[in-house]
Design a protein around this ligand. Sequence first.
Ligand code: ATP
Length: 360
Amino acid sequence: MTPYEIATIDGDGIGPEVCQSTITVLREACGERLRFTSYDGGAAHYAKTGAVLPEDTYAACRQSHAILHGAAGLPGITYPDGTEVGNDLHLQLRFKLDLYANVRPIRLYRGAKSPLAGWQPGQIDYVIVRENTEGLYASRGAGVNLRGELATDTLVVTRKGVERVARFSFELARRRKGAPRDGKHRVTVCDKANILRSYAFFRAVCDEVARSFPDVEIDYAYADAITVHMLKKPDFYDVIVAENMFGDIISDLGAGTVGGLGIAASAEVGDTHGLFQGAHGSAPDIAGQNLASPVATILSGAMMLRWLAERHGDAALNADADRVEQAVEAVLAQGETVPRDLGGNASCSGMTEAICRALR
Ligand code: ATP
């Protein structure tokens, strides 16, 4: 059988450690069915060559079955306008490959203690779907700074953009088992429809899409209020769909409720391409010391397997994704090898070995 071609970009900071760790785990899980090829990209590469996403890297990403990325960005490597170069690696991929849905599962694993009192594994299990190609971040690189006196960025919401991410969210809710609290299939629309016309439009288009999904409940939450609800009633949520910047912010908050950024997986998918990386950044403070947790990237790798399985009708890859997730959970629950950000002292390589052992 021809292997799936996976383009990998290590990137900066902890990116190389967590990306290589994930490749090791996925090789253990899937053997020769995945072929990984590494490409350049990121802030350090920009400093050397002037390209954050070199042409050949982009071409390989476009042609591969999927993209696996560590993280990109280094402090001090910025464009003249002050914005960070590293982010441009995945931003360019998002826009060029039209990766419109950024899927971020918020799930409390056994062995990962929630900072919220009293919540058990199984009680926090929802997915944030962040619109990934428009919203406030659509203005990236195109805002106005007028004579150093005034600066603006424009929030962009289009019918096409909302329709597709809303449909994606409802379809996802339909396939899931419902909110832990009541088993209801539910999509919560997170916006500020009470304040801005663009968000009222976002909500109205979600309402229109909801009519085609009578089996899924539609629910609404203002972006400020949901930050409280996510702490006080996380079991109520099943799928949350949000504009780009709100989705960015609430997904970090959600990650915090289940153990932190080191366990937060992320998939950025469109109709034809998929990019998989942990929800965290390049964490330069702990880079190169074997301290980072590879768990977020490994779980993103499992999301990649599921996405490939669905696209190619490959049930075996789905089973492999289950095995990877179960191996991660078994290691965390066992409590002997736990990453530092979850209260243990395991190194990046130690976590990788433990997860591979659990897979075997
Ligand atoms: P970005 O803006 O690129 O998302 P950020 O500024 O939000 O990045 P991160 O790089 O995500 O910051 O890291 C924030 C902090 O979280 C880091 O300083 C690090 O201590 C911790 N952290 C992030 N990822 C991990 C990880 N995989 N393992 C352990 N700690 C991590």
